[in-house]
Every structure is written in C-alpha cells, then in structure tokens.
Design a binder for this molecule. Structure first.
Ligand code: GSH
Length: 272
C-alpha cells in the first residue's frame, strides 16, 4: 500500500520519523532493523497487541487494516512493512540496501514480495496456530469493535478463524508449513554460496526475512532441513543492529515472558 491518506488527521502534524510498532512483531522488527542499520533517529509509539491497543478508531485511522507497523514521516503515513522498507531506502539512500549493482534489485524485490505475500497465509497462520490464537483472545466487546473497524476481507476472515472459542486447525497449519517449506527450499538454495539471500551483500532481502526467522523459531518451526538458512541467520544474529532492533525489543514485551530465542534456543511467545 505504501503512502496512504489517513482518516486520523492528528498524525499529519508529526515531525521526523515516528514508528507505530510492537515489540514482538516481525513486521515491525524489520522496519526497526532498517532504521537501526541506517542510524536514523525515530520516535517510538508502542502498540501492545496483547492489550488490543490496535483495535481503536484512532489506530485504524492511520492503518486501515489495524496492524503494525505504521511509519509517519513528517506527516506522511506509510503502511505495509516491506513498502516502508522501500520508502526508507528512497528517502534515506545512504547506506543503501536495495540499489545494488549487477541488476540485483529485481531479486531483492522478489524476496520482499515473498515476505509480504506469505505473511498472512503462512507466517501469521503458523504463529496463530502455534501460539497467538490462545494468547490473543478478544472479548465480545473487542470482537464487535474489531468487526466494525476491519474493512479488509482477508483480515476479517483470518481473525474470524479464532473468534468465539474457535481456533486454527491442523489443516491450516499444514498449509502454512507447506508454503514456508517451499520458500525456505529456495532461500536455502539462494544462500548456499555462503553469502546472503541475494549475492554477497546484506540487502533489504535479509532485513525483511531475518526477524521472521526469529518469530518462526519462537513458534517451533523446523529449520533442520535448511542448514544454509540456519548459518545465515546465525551471521545476522551477530549484528549489533539486529540485537538492538529485534532481540532487545522482544525482551521489552510485557505480556509474554521468556528467554529470547536464537536458532537453537527456547521458544517464547510472539505477536503476529
Ligand atoms: N502485511 C502487513 C502485515 C502486518 C501484520 O499483520 N502485523 C501484525 C504483527 S506482525 C499485526 O499487527 N497483527 C495484529 C492483527 O492482525 O490484528 C505488513 O507487512 O505490515
């Protein structure tokens, strides 16, 4: 979606970079990671999904699907995490993570597209089946407000699957795992030259996908068949920027206690 016209006009006056985000959200974490990599100063507006802080007229007024993250930059409102990455690249090109030599940009864009397309049917479905549906039940009031505010049919259908005591089924989870396996077979192959997802350089492809690996590990996804992905993730884990933007923020989440995971670590809850 990229830049949108918000119905909540209060944000139009904001100056600088403001991020509406959640500590444990992998979509928000990829934006925090890029902000960290570019050493950009930003103001935090933490939205606690556990407390349903996203389910309000105000928040839907800056993010029509009621999800995190949302970036506000000098009053410009940008939604969809991978579009936010591209927006930041265009507005703060140095250091650059997309404008690569040798026409690598289409490949980077392919992985960004994959990360966006797989979020609802695969990543989010897997996490809700494993953890979040139980962790994020809505009260009747929250449910009614959500249904009133949510205009996106895919989001409404997704959340109706875990309403009124229902939950995601094993079939849902298996469908999600099949999609993820297909993506990780390709990613494992792409990384098998010992480098990053696209060639030898650390790019938006890595920035978009690495926080998602953290999230999937927390849900218990089996990365055993993807040793190159494991190796690559271990390398990314060593980046101080990743530690700050992803791991440290996950520790700040109040509603889900637990040790933060590494590729082989334990499995605390996550928000998606
Ligand atoms: N395609 C969106 C997905 C955003 C999304 O679903 N975010 C999750 C956290 S990772 C969220 O806000 N979930 C709350 C909800 O679905 O109500 C993006 O990339 O920004």
């Amino acid at each position: 979606m990229g830049i949108i016209q918000p119905t909540n006009k209060s944000v139009l006056a904001l100056k600088g970079l403001h991020l509406y985000h959640t500590a444990r959200s992998n979509c928000a974490a990829r934006v925090r990671l890029l902000l960290e990599e570019k050493e950009l100063a930003w103001t935090s507006h933490h939205i606690d999904l556990g407390k349903k802080e996203n389910i309000s007229e105000e928040y839907f007024g800056i993010n029509p699907k009621g999800v995190v993250p949302t970036l506000v930059h000098d009053g410009e409102v940008v939604v969809e995490s991978n579009d936010i990455l591209v927006y930041l690249e265009e507005n703060y090109p140095d250091p650059g993570f997309r404008d690569m030599p040798d026409s690598l940009q289409p490949e980077i864009d392919y992985w960004l597209q994959q990360s966006g397309d797989l979020h609802l049917p695969a990543i989010k479905t897997f996490q809700y089946y494993k953890i979040n549906a139980a962790l994020l039940p809505k009260t009747e009031e929250e449910e009614a407000l959500y249904n009133k505010l949510q205009k996106d049919p895919d989001m409404a259908a997704f959340h109706s699957k875990h309403s009124q005591g229902k939950s995601f089924t094993e079939d849902d989870a298996n469908g999600a795992i099949a999609l993820l396996d297909a993506a990780f077979i390709m990613m494992n192959e792409a990384i098998s030259d010992g480098g990053y997802i696209v060639g030898d350089a650390y790019t938006l492809a890595d920035i978009s996908w690495s926080p998602t690996i953290t999230t999937l590990i927390s849900g218990g996804f089996n990365f055993g068949p993807y040793p190159e992905v494991e190796r690559w993730y271990e390398t990314i884990l060593e980046r101080p920027q990743f530690q700050e933007a992803v791991i440290e923020w996950r520790k700040k989440a109040t509603y889900a206690a637990g040790v933060d995971p590494t590729i082989s670590g334990p499995a605390p809850a996550t928000q998606n």
